[in-house]
Write a protein that binds this ligand. Structure first.
Ligand code: SAH
Length: 259
C-alpha cells in the first residue's frame, strides 16, 4: 500500500469510527437476541474467560457482562471504539472484569485453549466466516463455545441487484445450510442457528443511523468522502427494505467437542 493510499485509508477509518461512535451498536442486533444466543451456552461460571471479537463500542458486550459472571475481553482494531467501550465499562462499574483492548482478529492475543466462549456479532466477515471459525478454534477449550452472527442468504436465488451488491461487498455470504456445514467442517458441533428478527435491523440499527447521519453530515459538510460514505449508509437501508426476504443476519452457536 502506498503512503498516499495509507493516508486515505486512515482518513476513511477515522470517518467510519466517527460515524459509528454516535451509535450504540455498529451492526444489526439487539439485547434480546444477544441473550437468546447466550441461552444456548451452558458451560459458564465466574471463572470463565470470554472474548468478544470485533466488539465495537461494546453494545452487546455490556449486555453479556450483566448476565455472565466471568472475565470478558472485548477486542477491536479501532482505538476510538475501544475508548468508548472502556468508558462504558466504567460507567456500569464492570471495569474489574470487563476490558476493551485494541487488536486485530487475525492475530488474537490469547493463549491456546484459554477461552470458554468466543463471541462475535456482525464482525467475523472482516476475516471471513470460514477463516475465522478455523483460526479462532485453537483458543477455545474443549467444551467451549463460539457464538457469531453473520449475513446469510435465505434463498438459493435472488434478484441481480442484491446479489451484485453482496458479491461486491462480501462474496463469502452463503445460505444457512452451507454455513452450518462450514461450522461442522471446522470441527465444531452446531448447537443452534436462528435468524435475527427484522427489528434488529430497523429499530436497533437503521433508526440509530438517522441521527448519526445528521451529526456526521453537519460535521463534514462539503467533504466528498464523507458524503459518499453517508450515501452508502442510505443505500444499505434502502436495499434491506427492498430485499429483506432474500437475506439477513443469522446467529450461529457451536461447541468445540474435541481437541
Ligand atoms: N460487534 C459490534 C460491532 C460490529 S461492526 C456490534 O455488533 O455492534 C464490526 C466491528 O469489527 C467494527 O467495530 C470494526 O472496527 C471491527 N473490525 C473490523 N476489522 C477488524 C479486525 N481486523 N480486527 C478487529 N476488529 C475489526
Amino acid at each position: 500500500m502506498s503512503n498516499e493510499n495509507k493516508t486515505i485509508h486512515e482518513f476513511e477509518l477515522n470517518l467510519i469510527c466517527d460515524f459509528f461512535s454516535n451509535m450504540e451498536r455498529q451492526g444489526p442486533g439487539s439485547p434480546e437476541v444477544t441473550l437468546k444466543a447466550l441461552s444456548f451456552i451452558d458451560n459458564l461460571t465466574d471463572k470463565s474467560f470470554i472474548a468478544d471479537i470485533g466488539c465495537g463500542t461494546g453494545g452487546q458486550t455490556m449486555v453479556l457482562a450483566q448476565y455472565i459472571q466471568g472475565r470478558i475481553t472485548g477486542l477491536d482494531f479501532l482505538p476510538g471504539f475501544i475508548n468508548i467501550f472502556n468508558r462504558n465499562t466504567r460507567q456500569l462499574g464492570l471495569q474489574d472484569r470487563v476490558e476493551g483492548i485494541v487488536g486485530s482478529m487475525d492475530e488474537l492475543p490469547f493463549q491456546n485453549e484459554e477461552l470458554d466462549l468466543i463471541w462475535s456479532e456482525g464482525a467475523i466477515y472482516n476475516i471471513g466466516f470460514e477463516r475465522g471459525l478455523n483460526e479462532w478454534r485453537k483458543y477455545l477449550k474443549t467444551g467451549g463455545y463460539i457464538a457469531v452472527s453473520e449475513s446469510s442468504w435465505f434463498t438459493d436465488e435472488r434478484p441481480a441487484e442484491i446479489n451484485d451488491f453482496w458479491m461486491n461487498a462480501y462474496p463469502e455470504i452463503d445460505t444457512i445450510p452451507n454455513q452450518v456445514a462450514k461450522i461442522h467442517k471446522a470441527g465444531y458441533l452446531p448447537v443452534a442457528t436462528f435468524i435475527l428478527p427484522e427489528n434488529c435491523w430497523t429499530e436497533h440499527y437503521f433508526a440509530l443511523k438517522i441521527p448519526a447521519q445528521e451529526i456526521f453530515l453537519n460535521k463534514y459538510a462539503g467533504n466528498k468522502i464523507a458524503e459518499e460514505f453517508n450515501e452508502l449508509q442510505s443505500i444499505e437501508v434502502e436495499l434491506y427494505r427492498k430485499y429483506k426476504e432474500f437475506y439477513g443476519y443469522v446467529f450461529f452457536i457451536a461447541k468445540k467437542i474435541k481437541q
